[in-house]
Ligand binder design. Structure first.
Ligand SMILES: [Cu+2]
Length: 178
């Protein structure tokens, strides 16, 4: 652990998640930490929409599809169909959806709050820096190709290197501290 100005600092791969025009109250973080043989992915968000059962014309709202997408941009683009600039699911080894490296379990809302920690052996934290994480409106069915039929994109975060010094998290690259 490196020390600078008397504080201990460490590097953290993370994404600050912010809701787009379809769910502007969403706020949260995703953290990607090393694990034996892969990564822990920890997601904490608030402001998710209320669960609504499926109707004849649309799937249920929630639990929410969650994926790592290819490009590290959260440009909103079309407000009615936002965050398309993040591209498709991150799928470096050309798998079917359900087995994309960027596929993750759905997020369950608890009065708008979701907290989930999941292990994946599909990547190390460094490998997802520069990509994005997206929360969708509908559940992932893990079979519809290539999207899982998760529907519109509610929230987005670009996965970056952050540093934590004491309790502070700042978006400076790790070369400046650790
Ligand atoms: Cu997605």
């Amino acid at each position: 652990m490196a020390r600078r100005r008397g504080r201990s600092c460490r590097r953290l791969v993370a994404a600050r998640i912010i809701g787009g025009p379809l769910a502007p109250n969403i706020r949260g973080w995703a953290y990607f930490t090393p694990a034996a043989g892969g990564s822990w992915v920890s997601v904490r968000v608030s402001g998710l929409p209320e669960y609504m059962p499926a109707t004849n014309s649309r799937p249920p709202i929630g639990p929410h599809g969650l994926h790592i997408h290819l490009y590290g941009t959260c440009a909103v683009g079309n407000p009615a169909d936002p965050f398309l600039a993040a591209g498709e699911h991150w799928n470096p080894d050309n798998q079917l959806h359900g087995n994309h490296a960027g596929d993750l379990p759905v997020l369950f809302s608890n009065d708008g709050v979701a907290k989930m920690r999941v292990f994946t052996n599909r990547f190390r934290p460094n490998q997802v820096v520069g990509k994005s994480i997206i929360i969708h409106m509908y559940p992932d069915d893990y079979r519809t190709q290539p999207t899982g039929a998760s529907g519109p994109r509610l929230a987005c975060g670009v996965i970056k290197n952050y540093r934590i010094c004491g309790n502070r998290i700042s978006p400076k690259p790790p070369t400046s501290c650790c």
